[in-house]
Design a protein around this ligand. Structure first.
Ligand SMILES: Nc1ncnc2c1ncn2[C@@H]1O[C@H](COP(=O)(O)OP(=O)(O)OP(=O)(O)O)[C@@H](O)[C@H]1O
Length: 709
């Protein structure tokens, strides 16, 4: 037996049970069926009965679907009645569910329609696809990010709902006073109006109080990481979610495209949550009145919803890819612009301004093309949507005409029905729109959550932090491939060498030999796949992270500086502000104090964006002071930073020095030279030993010498 036949059977069974109830009431001469409690009791018993019936008789293929349908069919009436009783003024006694057969028909029709819409179009024929499961999983996960504000959000949405109910009820009374509804009101309208308006004001005040209270908390709490985002609270515009996710992504050390993706996700989720709650409450309230005016016309109005849902679903699927592409393009354009601005000196020196401008124009053109396609889809979608609404209105007018001529509807009721119908359609459309928006953001949500899920590959943090550290480093058979490189192209192959305290060790070799890779592993930016690196006999990961980075300092050729003063950059990451005297002492030792004191505000001089107001040499001096202030025991210097004065200062304290020499000019003064080529250590020794050996080091030196002469 097909699923439709089974569904029809269930509807008939349900109708039979309802008629049985009616007959029972007549037999026992009861005027009411027990009010709301009776409605729920009857609905739940019907549900249990139908559930058992379906479980016992239907085949497994359709069972879940039919059970969902039965649940909807049985519970729609008690839910409706509960809504009705909650929204009816307390003076009007709730009479319980209507025993009108037309309501029976309406219940069956609306459940069938809702079920059909959900199963056929919104849930892909009842077969939950992997994509849908992923979507639900993602959306559920997004909700978990609101967990810290659960109580506040429940309270806020509760007051929002109550506010909407009161607002709606006050308009209803206005409508009644204007003679737009059928039944005359039985209580004093002025008192009712005043009471409702007062309630509405109270709920609104509490809602706003909660907003202010959260704002206040944000400003008084010591943890101020979300402060700048909290001016617009309770998730409006998604500021809280955005900041929370940005914070998490920042921990994953991701910065590009962080803002556009996270911002869009936060906004969509938060704005849609507000809009859906508001529109749903209004829709339920309006449905109640419209059903009272004419259930036939209400049914026609409701038909618009599934039709719009199908349309919206199709449109969402079509525009989803486009939205992802737009997002991708935006992020790429941002990257492109920041790359060019960051490297403006290189761009200028290669006279590549026009090329970069053209590249940017092309990227913008691509973005425009995607936006154009998106606009066409949107225009066609809007056109079809309007046509659907228009057709439904025409049907409604035809139906209204026949109802009026048969005396079942008055002109006054028709007018008031249309007064509700328009906002009702707007609400339905808003719900559909929010659904579409959320669905089309799923791609972005999954991308943002994948950022959040990124975990550092480094092994768990250790706790070693010895008072005294010699600074002896040992590389033991280290094998390493970059994650983005093919595994058959390792950057380091069984690399072993030692760095001794109080000595200068130099890593030399042709470009691509693996020098920088050794430094990256030593700074724990990556973990070796095989072998290990020891510091004073202990693997690096056993040291406390903060201690380790303080004791093993890297001064790179292009240090990263931040906007702010010289002092801010020197003190960056220090637990306590540096003592000014110590700062000056270090600066003097590396011959940097003079240029700093000649600046307008000395150590308080602003160095511009990324240190843009400083020369390359000055930037390096700043980075050296920054490193030396932390009293490191191992210091890694890029060739350009390994000036004699720096080396003397470092060695005077018995520190281990590793010089990464991309050229061979300065390695002669090193105590130990490690020659690396193709990711392996080829030769080791002092300069003289290697020259006497006449091996790879000697040949490279000769090549460079003949090139320079
Ligand atoms: N981030 C990366 N992703 C993938 N491969 C990389 C990456 N960085 C370097 N490599 C590769 O690893 C190998 C070793 O590079 P490394 O930067 O360690 O050489 P180097 O000796 O420091 O070179 P140079 O003297 O030019 O700086 C090279 O083949 C290089 O292409």
């Amino acid at each position: 037996m097909g699923v439709i036949a089974w569904a029809l059977g269930i509807v008939l069974l349900d109708a039979f049970l309802c008629l049985a109830q009616l007959a029972g009431l007549l037999l026992w001469e009861c005027s009411s069926c027990g009010g709301l409690a009776g409605a729920w009791a009857f609905g739940l018993s019907k549900w249990v009965f139908l559930h058992v019936f379906i479980s016992a008789l239907t085949d497994e293929k359709h069972r879940a679907l039919l059970q969902r349908f039965a649940a909807l069919l049985c519970l729609i009436s008690p839910v409706f009645e509960t809504g009705r009783s909650l929204t009816s003024p307390s003076s009007e006694q709730h009479a319980g569910p209507s025993l009108d057969p037309s309501m029976l028909l309406l219940g069956a029709a609306s459940s069938s329609l809702a079920c059909l819409t959900w199963e056929k179009w919104l849930s892909q024929g009842g077969q939950m696809k992997k994509d849908d499961l992923d979507t639900r999983r993602l959306l559920t996960r997004v909700l978990t990010y609101f967990k810290p504000d659960t109580i506040l959000l429940i309270a806020a949405f509760g007051f929002l709902i109550m506010g909407v109910i009161c607002m709606y009820n006050s308009s209803l009374y206005t409508a009644k006073q204007n003679g737009c509804t059928l039944k005359p009101t039985q209580i004093n309208p002025v008192i009712s109006m005043t009471r409702l308006m007062f309630q509405q004001m109270c709920f609104g005040a509490v809602y706003h109080f909660l907003k202010c209270q959260q704002l206040w908390l944000a400003y008084t709490q010591s943890d101020s990481s979300f402060r700048p985002y909290l001016h617009n609270t309770l998730g409006e515009n998604g500021k809280i979610l955005i900041s929370r996710l940005l914070n998490m992504c920042f921990h994953s050390r991701l910065s590009s495209r962080l803002h556009s993706d996270v911002d869009r996700m936060g906004r969509t989720v938060a704005l849609n949550a507000n809009a859906v709650v508001r529109s749903t409450v209004k829709t339920v309230l309006m449905l109640r009145v419209m059903l009272g005016l004419s259930w036939e016309l209400t049914l026609l109005t409701c038909i618009e919803m599934p039709l719009l849902a199908i349309l919206q679903n199709k449109y969402t699927n079509l525009s989803k890819d486009l939205k992802d592409q737009t997002q991708e393009c935006h992020a790429q354009n941002k990257d492109l612009a920041s790359q060019v601005i960051g490297g403006i000196r290189t761009v200028r020196s290669f006279n590549a301004e026009k090329d970069e401008l053209r590249r940017y124009h092309e990227a913008l053109k691509e973005l425009c093309a995607i936006s154009r396609r998106s606009s066409i889809y949107s225009a066609v979608y809007l056109l079809i949507r309007r046509l659907v609404s228009l057709c439904i209105k025409i049907f409604m007018l035809i139906q209204a005409r026949s109802l009026i001529s048969s005396g079942q509807l008055t002109i006054g009721s028709l007018v008031s029905f249309f007064l509700y119908q328009k906002p009702m359609s707007v609400n339905l459309r808003e719900i559909m729109y929010c659904y579409g928006e959320t669905m089309s953001t799923v791609g972005v949500i999954s991308k943002v959550l994948s950022y959040v899920d990124r975990t550092p590959k480094s092994t768990v943090e250790g706790n070693l932090a010895p008072q005294n550290l010699d600074g002896k480093i040992v590389f033991q058979n280290v094998n390493f491939s970059y994650p983005s490189a093919p595994s058959d192209k390792p950057a380091l192959k069984s690399v072993s060498f030692e760095i001794h305290p109080g000595k200068i060790t130099a890593l030399v070799g042709p470009s691509g030999g693996g020098k920088s890779s050794c430094v990256s592993l030593l700074k724990r930016l990556y973990e070796p796949q095989e072998g290990q690196i020891l510091l004073d006999g202990q693997p690096l990961h056993r040291y406390e992270r903060k201690y380790f980075h303080q004791k093993v300092a890297l001064v790179s050729q292009n240090p990263v500086l931040f906007s702010g003063s010289l002092k801010y950059n020197i003190e960056y990451g220090l637990e306590k502000p540096a003592v000014e005297e110590r700062m000056k002492e270090v600066a003097k030792k590396i011959n940097a104090h003079r240029f700093i004191s000649e600046m307008a505000n000395g150590y308080d001089t602003d160095i511009g964006e990324c240190g843009g107001k400083l020369s390359e040499g000055q930037k390096q001096s700043l980075a050296i002071i920054r490193a030396l202030l932390r009293e490191p025991q191992v210091i890694i210097l890029d060739e350009a930073t390994s000036k004699l004065d720096v080396l003397n200062e470092v060695l005077a304290r018995g520190r281990s020095v590793l010089i990464v020499a991309h050229q061979l000019s300065i390695v002669e003064k090193a105590d130990h030279i490690v020659f690396m080529e193709d990711g392996s250590v080829r030769e080791e020794g002092t300069h003289q030993e290697l020259m006497n050996k006449k091996g790879r080091y000697f040949r490279l030196k000769e090549e460079l010498f003949s090139e320079s002469s």
